[in-house]
Ligand binder design. Structure first.
Ligand SMILES: [Zn+2]
Length: 97
């Protein structure tokens, strides 16, 4: 069985990823998506060949998944709240009986 992990045997991918994280920190835009902003430090690094486009694509994919996950979390919290309200109303109605 082949192991599929984020880091490969020589650690090349991880260090590239670290480089992207570092670049995104250096980016002058506060809420930059690092996709097509002119002047973005990450985009520039890919353009000048400092950054591997494959690693960059992986980074974008992970950012997307992170966003997706966070959205789900917010939705879930909203639903929990609604459920809590429903239970409260149910209890209130029951007390009246
Ligand atoms: Zn950026």
């Amino acid at each position: 069985m082949r192991e599929v992990g984020i880091a490969n045997s020589d650690g090349g991918w991880m260090s590239t990823f670290d480089a992207i994280i570092q670049l995104s920190k250096d980016c002058k835009f506060v809420d930059c998506s690092h996709t097509n902003e002119t002047g973005c430090a990450v985009v520039k690094a890919v353009e000048i060949g400092k950054l591997d486009p494959d690693a960059y694509n992986n980074f974008l994919k992970m950012e997307k998944e992170k966003e997706h996950f966070q959205t789900n979390l917010v939705e879930r919290r909203k639903k929990d709240k609604q459920f809590g309200k429903m239970l409260k109303n149910y209890k209130k109605n029951k007390d009246k009986e």
